[in-house]
Ligand binder design. Structure first.
Ligand SMILES: [Zn+2]
Length: 178
C-alpha cells in the first residue's frame, strides 16, 4: 500500500490507453484519478437521468476502464445491483490476477454488500467520491489491506444530498433501512 492518492498504474500506461480511446486535450491533462472519478460521476448522472439512484462506479485495470455501471434499483428493480455490483457485472468474468491489479471507483462509500465483493475478488484499491451522505464499513476494507482514498468530491455529495432530500424512502430501501 502506498500513500499515492491516485493508486493507479504508472502514467505511461495511462498515456498509452488514452491513445487508444477518444483523446481530448482535457483528458490528456487531467490526472488519472480525476478522469476515472469523472467517469464514475457520469455513470451516476446517467442513472439519475434514467430515474435511478445517482451512484456510479468504474473498474480501472492498467490505466483503462474495464467496466462501468450505476445503481439499477429503479431501472431493473434490482436488489443487488448497486453501482459497484453493476460495474463488476458489466466488467464481466475476470481472472483473479486482473482484480488484484484493479482499482474500483465509486461515487459513494461502498456498503456492506459491495465491500464484500471488493474483498471477495481481492481488489486492492478503492477510490470513494464521498462518504458524508453514507458511510459504509470502510474499516473492513482497510483491515484487509485495501488502500482506500476518499476524495470528498462536491459533485458526488450534491448528487446524493439532492436525491436523498427528494426520495428519502427510496434511499432508505437501498441501504436496508426503514
Ligand atoms: Zn453497495
Amino acid at each position: 500500500m502506498t500513500g499515492d492518492p491516485a493508486g493507479l498504474a504508472d502514467p505511461a500506461d495511462a498515456v498509452r490507453s488514452d491513445s487508444a480511446e477518444e483523446r481530448s486535450s482535457r483528458a490528456a491533462t487531467v490526472p488519472d484519478m480525476d478522469r476515472f472519478l469523472a467517469a464514475a460521476i457520469a455513470e451516476a448522472e446517467a442513472g439519475l437521468a434514467a430515474g435511478g439512484i445517482p451512484i456510479g462506479s468504474v473498474l480501472v485495470v492498467d490505466g483503462e476502464i474495464a467496466g462501468r455501471g450505476h445503481n439499477q434499483r429503479m431501472q431493473k428493480g434490482s436488489v443487488v445491483l448497486h453501482a459497484e455490483m453493476d460495474c463488476l457485472e458489466n466488467a464481466g468474468r475476470l481472472p483473479a490476477s486482473v482484480y488484484r491489479r484493479a482499482t474500483l471507483y465509486s461515487t459513494l462509500s461502498p456498503c456492506s454488500m459491495c465491500t464484500g465483493a471488493i474483498l471477495l475478488y481481492g481488489i486492492p484499491r478503492v477510490v470513494v467520491g464521498e462518504r458524508r451522505t453514507f458511510q459504509g464499513p470502510q474499516h473492513l476494507l482497510e483491515e484487509a489491506g485495501v488502500d482506500v482514498t476518499v476524495v470528498d468530491d462536491p459533485r458526488c455529495r450534491e448528487l446524493m444530498t439532492d436525491f436523498i432530500a427528494a426520495n428519502p424512502t427510496l434511499w432508505n430501501e437501498d441501504i436496508g433501512e426503514e
